[in-house]
Design a protein around this ligand. Sequence first.
Ligand code: URA
Length: 436
Amino acid sequence: MRAQDLIQQKRDGEELEPEQLAALVDGYTCGEVPDYQMAAFCMAVFFRGMSDAETAALTRAMLYSGEVLDLSDIPGVKVDKHSTGGVGDKVSLALAPIAAACGVKVPMISGRGLGHTGGTLDKLEAIPGFQVRLPVERFREILASVGACLIGQTERIDPADRKLYALRDVTATVESIPLIAGSIMSKKLAEGIDALVLDVKVGKGAFMRKTEDARKLAHTLAGIGRATGKKVVALLTAMDEPLGRTIGNALEVAEAVEVLRGGGPDDLRELTVALTAEMVLAAGLAGGHPEARRMVLGAIADGSALAKLEEIVAAQGGDPAAIRDPERLPRAASTRVVAAPRPGLVQAVDARALGIAAMTLGAGRSRVEDPVDPSVGIVLQKKTGDYVEEGEPLCVLHCGSAGAASPDEVAGRVRDAFRIGTVPAEPRRLVLERIA
Ligand code: URA
């Protein structure tokens, strides 16, 4: 196989055979196919798409680039959740411990920030000492003893996604249904799960801006999962404005802890409860949605979910004191208020613009090797539907000493991300559809 022939075939709209995709993925994983060829291939897929058969073959090739875990010796139903990517989406940080406190086993392999969206691994690493790179044996031990373990792709588990994910992030090749499906499902199938709950985001801040594209992605993901015998449920959820009030790694950890303490912003709490209840149901631990929700709310109210997060953090080398007292999380060097230029009603908050702004402050990467500053980000003081006076804070920037852009420049972009008018915004639903 010559990589350039496969790139050319895909560029010209031809369908590739499973063996060709397997050879390309294997070649890339072991370093024989260089980044520049794989980037060209991803761009060809971005424009030409893939058939269902090609998408399934790509997923299989990525899945078998590493080990596929067999967790059948660990008692309990294993259920994971994955989001297709949003801004301010810290749901996994609260959901994993809540689900584990309810008795679900949660083996979670997550990703880093991708495009303008944040990643669970970067958020977890904001907790001092937290290890997202663990040997498979330790992952199994923690899952068995604590009930949840959250790690990244490794050299042993889905190494193809480990490389491809980082490459797509910096080559504008993220927003492609086959590439997203291959990335998500290869990781999830490698985990040894019984069931999967998907949060498929749709809107201006999502990779899928149109509902029909998000629905197609949900069906593609669910089809791959079901073909391998997994139970899959997908919620299509709105991602026009950021979820919750924080964007940025340490800020988002603190907000997830608020949810576990029974507080937190309404939208974040609502989505966390809805997705975790789906996990409890998928695990067969509740007879219906009302009971699953009661269990989830109970685990928050009795403190067992918060205690479970502390346990997970301690097991993965982190400092549980930073969960008990989020003031111990990394703090930004300085803050800067972004004020409203005029009075009025907030009609929209552009999640994509704020995601990019947080990235330029240092919360995400624009090159594979860029470091992430866990302390920086944005705290929203106003969201869609709120009234704001002229000069009142719209949000607060948490700035580091070495962001890619000056705080002045970021402040200007952030101010423009808030649409202020006189007419109230249309009320929006958070959970748009359930696909089971
Ligand atoms: N999440 C992933 O793991 N991969 C993608 O491509 C998008 C979201």
